[in-house]
Ligand binder design. Structure first.
Ligand code: CP3
Length: 346
């Protein structure tokens, strides 16, 4: 299937393009009333994610309703622990929760390395349906959590302010930590390869809890495994988004990936210098900027585009869109990227 709009893939590869492509992290769901309508027709998030036809429908909604330049498959990063034998629940208004957690080498005997195709067939089917229904309109992004972030959830059992249980294990039982991180890494490689085989045109790793580690632990317990994944995924462009990892930007420039995501705390010019000209940068408007007026959003978006310049940039927010943002404001962001980025190239 030939893509009618492949701007984001060309931007990732560093090719010259007519305008800057734009999409939003967490664009599927959350902000759209159309998503909530589908969501209410099932028992909850997990049933929705496990019903490929519905997952495909909500994946495509932001393409139709917001005009983004890419779709991202509707799923969650926590499908990997479940496929490894550690199931999760999604508690209304509170977020993910694991009835069982792991913290010793003995616990790991209950887990397995997941097989992307066999154990995550519902995501694979959702990707196949989505690709068919998108019919080449825009590329489809596959994704997974980075091993450190997945490790944090498997150990803590839920979100946490400090993730102190997960971080403690890096000091008290590094063998456990490395064994689990390795199992997650192997599972993730198999999963991403299955997504790509099913039709994902590019993939993104979300290291949402990168920012809680000291730099040396980040190198040893996160980047090392991200590197293994980047080295293994040679089929499509890879994006690494490590929230809060401002201290690791130079090292991220050395990863075997095409794109580095910036959060909104990271200065654009300084990030470009640290990461280098050979990577595409993605981001990084403050998600809270979308609470502003139309004029304020337009001004902030143009400022961002001026700072990134016209090459090697994929426009996005600096983290996922907040659930209470008015979709009309999201459209202002998207339209401004499209118009202004074409204008500054003309
Ligand atoms: O638009 C998309 O990007 C669709 C797919 C997607 C979801 N989660 C769906 C989802 C993606 C890419 C994710 C990634 C994800 N999930 C991350 C990494 C990105 C980030 O925000 O840092 C993390 C840390 C998670 C774990 C997770 N899932 C949390 C903490 C929560 C609860 C709070 C929240 O963000 O809503 C979820 C639930 C979740 N994942 C929802 C959706 C649409 C809301 C659940 C619902 O509809 O009931």
């Amino acid at each position: 299937m030939e893509l009618k709009n492949d701007l984001i893939l060309r931007a990732a590869r560093g090719e010259k393009i007519e305008r800057t492509p734009v999409w939003l992290m967490r664009q599927a769901g959350r902000i759209l009333p159309e998503y909530r309508a589908v969501r209410e027709s099932v028992s909850g998030f997990i049933e929705l994610a496990k019903t490929p036809e519905l997952a495909a429908e909500v994946t495509i909604q932001p393409v139709d309703l917001l005009g983004v330049d890419a779709a991202i498959i509707f799923s969650d990063i926590l499908v990997i622990p479940e496929a490894m034998n550690l199931p999760y629940e999604m508690v209304e208004k509170r977020g993910p929760w694991f009835p069982k957690t792991v913290s010793t080498l003995a616990d790991l005997k209950q887990l397995k390395v997941a097989d992307g195709e066999a154990d995550l067939d519902y995501v694979i089917q959702a990707i196949k349906i989505t690709k068919k229904e998108l019919n080449g309109r825009v590329p489809l992004i596959g994704f997974a959590g980075a091993p450190w972030t997945i490790f944090s959830y498997m150990v803590e059992g839920s979100g946490s302010k400090t993730f102190s249980k997960a971080r403690a294990l890096l000091y008290t039982d590094p063998v456990f930590a490395e064994t689990l991180l390795d199992m997650i890494t192997q599972s993730t490689i198999s999963y991403l390869k299955a997504q790509i085989k099913a039709g994902a045109d590019m993939v993104q790793l979300f290291d949402s809890w990168a920012g809680i580690l000291p730099p040396d632990h980040y190198t040893q317990y996160s980047l090392r495994y991200i590197q293994q994944i980047c080295d293994a995924i040679t089929e499509v462009p890879v994006t690494v988004f490590a929230k809060g990892a401002f201290f690791a930007r130079e090292q991220m420039g050395q990863l075997n990936c095409e794109t580095i995501g910036l959060d909104w705390n990271m200065g654009i010019a300084e990030s470009r210098k640290m990461i280098g000209d050979h990577k595409t940068l993605q981001g990084n408007l403050d998600p809270a900027a979308l609470y502003g007026t139309t004029q304020e959003i337009q001004a902030a978006t143009r400022r961002m585009l001026d700072q990134f310049g016209t090459s090697r940039h994929i426009a996005n927010l600096g983290h996922g869109v907040y659930p209470d943002i008015n979709p009309e404001k999201v459209k202002v962001f998207i339209e401004t990227v499209k118009e202004y980025s074409a204008k500054i190239r003309a």
